[in-house]
Design a protein around this ligand. Structure first.
Ligand code: BDP
Length: 707
């Protein structure tokens, strides 16, 4: 009897559907012709010719309606009508679906008989979970999945999946290479640019659920009443998409805005000021996420100015937002010119002793490496070293050190490398991913932050391929175990359509691109070799800046006898900050991965590499390989000229040509400088640098973007 049956049967509905022969091949997105400025990101509308899905919403919320609109727009030729419902909808009650395990934001997409009708059910425990399910169904279709067999379950492994915008109130973006800030602070709160909604859609499609609106080098004005109102207007746009707003807070704001004499975190007046300020923010933004703070770093004020610890500073702010459910993301990116110790050691030295001293709603936000977002860095020793503290990983999506917007460098492999790195904190398999997602120490409050590469450029990120870095960050924040290559493929199919030649070409270019940048800017763990201030182009010779650790020579320590930073016991002993098995491996150049060799060791120019060549010869090989890889990417791109729309193809081709020139520039400038130090010549057959050292030193870029 029908009434006795479960009203939804996942299996039954499917077989009925299959028997009816209504399984449809997924429509292809045309990959060719027509101009395409890249605005659509991974949300390119589905094939217009195909029938839109029939979508029913059970329940009433703006978020569910938005999810339905996405499906109506982008899901085509569904073999079944689609039903969207939260798991607690009475219509689903009798189904016994395994929704408890989905948590607050997970989703389930499967065939089911809802109210007697075979359907494709999209559900979750929250409206946002359903929205994520809708986007997952669309993604599955666009990446070649068969809707008739769709059975998707996923729960985010990380709770706070947050973009950090380094956007200033004047519209400029620190380290931004995609135009002015997306936020038009001047016309906010009245004018809500439709782009804010498109931004929200793009992020929700990835599962990003938070955004810090302003630069970590924060203006106190961000916390003024006028700017709180502007942030609130943005929060109103983003809220239905499951995205919370956060603000970077300037630690000295009680002085600058509040007229107090101090910002000492133990001063009751200061504490009261932050509490009142937080209350004011929460009146305007009831679901405000909390504060991000850069303190006592690169000239920013902080608790150390008052001889207080970072924990005392963080906890004062944490107390102010705690009653409202807010968090504090406190950055560990600190180093001081007054500290003569190796810069790579300073954050660990400062923060490790504070483990266990932070309030429950504080996360310590740690960059992937111990110095600063270089093309390659070993994982930060703080990961695994503060078991009592939630450690939030900070990645840089904008390519400050990887060629700005013009160079093609897919960062998926860089992100994957750090997430997969084994801290050995609790035995083998104690990966950074497990520290970050809380699995290693059982933390529930977890987070991943990415410094955004988003601006007002039509293509949002300065180039088509840069969009992939935003994409990979968002997807990895949802699940840090996803593979960079799989994400590249996923992105390429949604971006270029499903022509396998284009997709394979894009993926191949992407997967070799990051290593190419490492090769031509500084192989074997060399780092911080860029020119001053703007960080554009090579400057390994720079040695005259006020703070020692701002000079590239501080990092490479090249002299006539060798090159590299000795971080073993005979040097700064930074290796001792890692868990013993890692420290042992890094203490010996023969067991240190060659990719990180000169980060940890100062070695003779004729040190024998695994290849049998000397270090110097091998360095030249790598510089050449970097330039050659860019040429290879150019050839591959040329091969799909007739298969990609002219607009995106030609911009990419031009950018690759720029990259090729600049890869050569990096190689030549670096080699000519190393030769001036080591007195060696280039191996037989190597291309001579185009100019002399003086020429490279004379290059100036006063108007480079992002500075
Ligand atoms: C450095 C950037 C600088 C940022 C700083 C940070 O050059 O603009 O303010 O990181 O992360 O890499 O605070």
């Amino acid at each position: 009897m029908l009434g006795m049956e479960r009203r939804i049967s996942r299996i039954g509905a499917w077989s009925a559907c299959l028997l009816a022969g209504s399984v449809l091949a997924i429509g292809a997105l045309p990959g060719t012709a027509l101009a395409n400025d890249g605005y659509d990101l991974w949300l390119a509308p589905a094939d217009k010719g195909a029938a839109a899905a029939e979508v029913t919403v059970i329940g009433d919320s703006q978020t569910l309606q938005l999810a339905a609109a996405e499906l109506r727009r982008d899901l085509t030729a569904a073999p079944l009508p689609v039903v969207l419902a939260r798991a607690d909808a009475p219509e689903l009650a009798a189904l016994g679906l395994p929704t408890a395990m989905l948590g607050a934001e997970g989703y389930l997409v499967c065939a089911a008989t809802v109210a007697g009708r075979p359907s494709l059910l999209v559900t979750g425990n929250s409206d946002t979970g359903v929205l994520y399910g809708a986007f997952a169904a669309i993604r599955a279709q666009k990446t070649g999945g068969d809707l008739a067999k769709l059975d998707l379950t996923s729960t985010p492994k990380v709770r706070l999946r947050v973009l950090n915008h380094w956007d200033n109130l004047d519209g400029s973006v620190e380290r931004g290479y995609a135009g002015q800030s997306l936020w038009d602070w001047w016309t906010l709160p009245d004018f809500k640019d439709p782009r804010y909604t498109d931004y929200a859609r793009a992020n929700a499609a990835l599962g990003i659920n938070g955004t810090v609106l302003n630069n970590v080098n924060a203006s106190p004005d961000t916390l003024s009443a006028a700017y709180i109102a502007k942030a609130a207007a943005l929060a109103d746009v983003l809220r239905p998409w499951g995205i919370k707003v956060y603000l970077s807070a300037r630690f000295s704001a009680p002085i600058e805005l509040g007229g107090l004499k101090t910002a000492d975190p133990l001063d009751p007046q200061v504490q009261a000021w932050w509490k009142a300020k937080s209350d004011e923010i929460y009146r305007a933004i009831p679901d405000f996420g909390g504060f991000l703070v850069k303190a006592n770093s690169e000239g920013q004020p902080g608790p150390r100015d008052y001889h207080r610890t970072h924990a005392e500073g963080a906890n004062m702010l944490a107390a102010a937002v705690a009653p409202h459910g807010g968090v504090v993301m406190w950055r560990a990116f600190v180093y001081a010119e007054t500290d003569p110790d190796d810069r790579a050691k300073q954050a660990y030295s400062e923060f490790k002793p504070l483990d266990g001293k932070f309030a429950d709603n504080v996360l310590v936000q740690v960059k992937n490496g111990a110095i600063d977002f270089q093309p390659r860095e070993p994982f930060h020793p703080l990961f695994g070293a503060m078991p009592k503290t939630p450690m939030m990983l900070e990645l840089q999506i904008t390519k400050e050190y990887l060629g700005f917007a013009t160079h093609l460098a897919y960062l998926g492999p860089l992100f994957e490398e750090v997430l997969e790195a084994d801290t050995r904190a609790k035995g083998k398999g104690s990966t950074v991913a497990k520290v970050v997602d809380g699995a290693l120490e059982g933390h529930d409050l977890t987070g991943m932050a990415g410094v955004a590469n988003i601006g007002r450029d039509r293509d949002w990120s300065g180039s088509t391929f840069n969009q992939a870095n935003w994409y990979a960050f968002g997807r990895l924040a949802w699940d840090p175990t996803l593979s960079a290559e799989a994400l590249a493929r996923e992105w390429a199919r949604q971006t270029f359509g499903d022509d396998p030649r284009v997709v394979d070409t894009a993926v191949s270019m992407m997967m070799e691109s990051r290593e190419a940048v490492v090769d031509y800017t500084g192989p074997f763990g060399l780092a911080h070799l860029m020119d001053t201030g703007h960080h554009y182009g090579p400057g390994p010779w720079v040695n005259d800046l006020a703070r020692p650790e701002w000079n590239p020579i501080y990092y490479h320590k090249a002299d006539r006898s060798g090159i590299g930073f000795d971080r073993t016991r005979t040097g700064s002993n930074a290796v001792a900050q890692y868990a013993p098995p890692v420290a042992r491996m890094l203490a010996d150049p023969r067991t240190t991965p060659e990719t990180e060799l000169l980060w940890f060791h100062h070695l003779a120019w004729d040190w024998k590499m695994k290849s049998g060549r000397t270090l110097w010869q091998e360095m030249v090989v790598r510089y050449d390989r970097g330039v050659a890889t860019v040429a290879h990417m150019q050839r591959q791109w040329d091969g799909v000229k007739d298969k990609v729309d002219a607009e995106r193809w030609s911009k990419t081709a031009t950018y690759l040509a720029i990259q090729h020139n600049e890869a050569r520039w990096w190689r030549d400038a670096s080699l000519v400088y190393w030769m001036s130090v080591n007195g060696l010549s280039l191996p037989e057959g190597s291309l001579a640098p185009e100019h002399d050292l003086a020429w490279y030193k004379a290059q100036r870029f006063p108007y480079a973007p992002g500075h």
